[in-house]
Design a protein around this ligand. Structure first.
Ligand code: ZN
Length: 58
């Protein structure tokens, strides 16, 4: 996904790990020019410790 949060107008996202764990994040404070694809590699799962979650608009 190449569009930014600002373009989507979303206020929250769901972050899915490959292990099945997911968390809801409030993105109000994120810069509007951040892309989902830029953020995905930076998430670390609290359950399995894995990186590279999938981020979807809430
Ligand atoms: Zn996980």
């Amino acid at each position: 996904m190449k569009i930014t949060f600002g373009q989507m107008g979303v206020r929250g996202v769901l972050v899915y790990c490959h292990c099945g764990h997911h968390v809801a994040l409030d993105v109000d404070r994120w810069p509007v020019n951040v892309r989902l694809s830029d953020r995905e590699p930076h998430f670390i799962c609290r359950v399995c410790g894995g990186r590279g979650a999938e981020v979807q608009p809430e």
